[in-house]
Design a protein. Sequence first.
Length: 435
Amino acid sequence: MSTVQRFEWRGDLFASELPRLLQRLDGARIIPYELPHTLTIFLQQEDAAFGLDRTLRIRAYCGLTDLSPESVRAALVDDGLRSKLQRKAASGATTELAKGRIVTLYGGAEDTRDATLELQLGADRYVPASVRVARRVHYEVPTAYRTTPFRVTVDTERHLYRMAGGALRALGSMGPRVEIKATDERDVAAALHALNHDGLLVPLRYRSLELLFGDMLRDAVPAGALAGSPEIEAKFELTGCDAASAAAAALRWIRRSARMRLLLPFPHRIVRMRRYHLCGGDDGAQHTVVETAAGRLSAKSKRDAVVRGAALVRTTEASRTTDLDGALEPVEAFVARLRWRRLGTMTKTQTKIPFALADGNAYLISIDECVGASGGELRQLELEFIGGHGGATATEIVCSELNELAASLVREPVGEHLRATTVSKHDFFARRATG
């Protein structure tokens, strides 16, 4: 068993911006690897609650013919798969528990679809919770102050799968990411100076959990729970408070209440980034083309806004599966097919904290930090209804609950940073783009 402590920095970027990043690595040497795919199996202790601090990972390398769940699952039970069993701490320390050929297949099933995947470690049995497949390129980057280059790893694409009930299910594409790993902090600083002088890379803590936690939330609040319901939310402008502080305040508020419970395990949130291409049409609605970090696109439309106290009620049409099946084409072509007009673009990083009330109705706090391509910044906190366990819930009931929740949140210390608003992000950034 050995532990390696390194300085690490990770940043996400949009697939559409990957060529810009790769240009900055033109002078670096690519480290050749025989197999193109890095396979990471994240294991949780069987029958135990999900816990980041108890997660083990198996890191292996393979060459996949395709990225279907069947192909990925077959790779998991390949007897020739050479891998490392590791535990990685939040500090960046990686402990290697075993190395070589790790057998995860038990029962000797010939059909890999029926094989049982598990790992016995002492008295504990671990099972895969999720699997990530990445296509990686490793670079050796020279520095001005030392003869030994340091390493920059670029995941040009990442795909996540969830293991549930013995089946592997695709959750979607995560988009590219850059990792800087070094034994000297100066290496990290030098790499950031060369690669991220303009903020192209965005460090988002917990973003790697986005698709997994999104799927876990769908288990807790089925998509059908919102069938036929309008979008109902309370919006606040957030000033003088950053997203991390607002998220911490929101968690304290939920935990102190006897009528609220968190719906996700630690860190209790979904962190993601999206790009929104604001559009107009001939019907007066607010149209948006949503772009994920992986470059998948979907259409969103909002109309018929009505204010009921602190609650804003709108009819919204949007995809909930963009990460998995969104269109892969240029934004211009997608907008043209919809016969919309592009008005502007803004990028949003978002922290979403879902919770449920004692009556089963579920809500989430969304902390949104937005930057417009043509200028302007907007930070908002939203309280949004996301469904009820008992099926459809009357709009009047949701509006009443939402008004109570909004009033309660404003009474918290974070309330001094909140100002109720009905200004949409679409209006805010479209006005600035069109002048």
